[in-house]
Design a binder for this molecule. Structure first.
Ligand code: NAD
Length: 273
């Protein structure tokens, strides 16, 4: 193995994201797959990870035990119930962690913060580089434009998605609210059904949702004022955008000191307020 390659271990290997991650690692010139882990039982245990991802065999067998070797980076996209054990294994082995699993409880978040005192961790609910940038731009643009501009965010997702608005839309709206020194609970208005007999409030941040088809996710942020409109749109093709972002984070975090980071740090956007 070349010393220039960063070895990664994928946790949740049999899942939709796990397979996408394995596929992207196999194609990568800078990363190499050092392990693939999923829960006990199930059809994929003992299978070659490359075959599991629909590719050629790569000589890495899927196991049910996370035991990362020194200098590897663990990339965990599994389930919230598995997160605490995975964080502890990484902390005890002294290896970096990229955590994409969502829906973590308070105990897991506390453990994440304490483990980040000894190992570097990148955690993000959305690893897309494009969405990370859009979220940053949203705050910067809102503040630069000021209260004369109305802000409306539209999101579209596939027909199977159960929650609305999307978690990403809510995070973008909160980022804008914070940038504008507004209380998110007071200014974010999701859905505009019915008649209120009132025009929109000047400080409102409107969210609207549509569901249908197979869209992996579309977010359009509109800044509107008299005679002008700015639209910023991000369209997700498929889940490989999250895999590519997470692996970019894995490459980056391999040389970072202990700490808790997010995708803004990986993209070098943290200095922008
Ligand atoms: P999935 O259900 O297809 O896959 C989850 C995998 O984790 C399964 O193969 C399951 O067997 C495995 N697993 C369960 N318990 C485990 C354990 N104890 N140890 C190891 N593996 C275990 O789900 P998915 O669509 O691949 O998503 C996985 C997670 O990633 C979810 O939390 C999802 O919300 C999140 N996600 C995050 C992002 C992001 O950008 N942060 C993007 C997409 C999905």
């Amino acid at each position: 193995m070349s010393s220039r390659l960063t070895p990664v271990v994928i946790v949740g290997a049999r899942g939709r994201m796990g397979k996408a991650l394995i596929g992207e690692v196999v194609k990568s010139d800078t990363l190499v797959l050092d392990g693939a882990v999923d829960r006990s039982g199930g059809p994929g245990r003992g299978q070659d990870a490359g075959t599991l991802a629909g590719l050629h065999p790569i000589g890495v067998t899927v196991t049910d035990n996370l035991a990362p070797r020194r200098n590897t980076v663990v990339v965990d996209f599994s389930l919230p119930e598995a997160t605490q054990t995975n964080i502890e294994r990484c902390r005890d082995a002294g290896v970096a962690l990229v955590l994409g699993t969502t829906g973590l409880d308070k105990e897991s978040l506390d453990l994440l913060r304490s483990a980040a005192k000894t190992i570097p961790i990148v955690s993000a609910a959305n690893f897309s580089a494009g969405i990370t940038l859009l979220t940053r731009l949203a705050g910067l643009a809102a503040r630069a434009l000021g209260d004369d501009w109305n802000i409306e965010l539209f999101e579209l997702h596939h027909r199977h998605k159960r929650d609305a608005p999307s978690g990403t839309a809510k995070r973008i709206a909160k980022r804008i609210a914070r940038a504008m020194d507004r209380n998110p609970d007071e200014v974010i208005v999701a859905g505009r059904g019915g008649s209120t007999n009132e025009p929109r409030g000047v400080k409102e941040i409107g969210l609207s949702s549509a569901r249908g088809g197979d869209s992996a996710g579309e977010h359009t942020l509109m800044f509107l004022t008299d005679g002008e409109r700015i639209e910023l749109t991000h369209r997700a093709g498929d889940r490989t955008i999250f895999a590519r972002g997470a692996l970019r984070a894995a490459q980056w975090v391999a040389s970072q000191p202990p700490g808790l980071y997010d995708m803004s740090d990986v993209l070098g956007l943290s200095a922008l307020s």
